[in-house]
Design a protein around this ligand. Sequence first.
Ligand code: 6PG
Length: 233
Amino acid sequence: MRGYKAFDNKQELARFAAKMWLDRLALTDPNRPFTVALSGGRIPKLFYQEVTELAHPSVFKNVHFFWSDERLVPPTDDESNFKLADERLLSPLGIATDQIHRVLTEYDESKAIQVVTDDLMRFTKTNENGQPVIDLVFLGMGEDAHVASLFPGDTEAVVSKDVYRVVTGPKPPSRRVTLGYSALIAAREVWVLASGQGKAEALRSSIAVSSITPLARVLQGREKTEILTDFTL
Ligand code: 6PG
């Protein structure tokens, strides 16, 4: 099942998503950690801006920030998804460092994955498949219907049960860490912010029955996923 909402432009998409998130946080138990996983790309810049404009920092006091995927670059690199969030969301909101669980890309890949997976498991319940139940995962979608850093043709990813895995993808920077399909399927909520006129076909193909795009695999594995777009199907 999908919730689908199309907006006239990316600004309206970003603002709605920000309001939706703040409304969700208002309903949660402030004494229980709320885990969120952030993606990279262009739409998060607008989304973060809207969140910081709308939100009182106190609503995030028990939110723990993870990433749906991260490029294997230093945290100071302009290509870092952590840096994007830190500059436009985490620092402006004054999020405490112990709530921020970035992928430690300065470590070797296997250690970076181990540390962030252990962290994630500490803050989430585990489902029957041993996967963390992340409260809310934000995904973008590429023109090839990739989500996080799960790309078409990555057959290993399809069968992997790893919570996080290292991939070499076609989108530069190519070496990345990404949540696996099982973790995306296990999440309590997944919201896809698909922005860009050239993506309508990728989304159409992903909602088709028996599609095998990365987004399709997530949609087919889950009961419900929200899809917000700035284009019409
Ligand atoms: C990344 C992202 C990636 C992104 C999509 C959409 O780190 O590159 O997580 O999955 O969300 O490629 O990016 P745009 O919003 O820029 O189209």
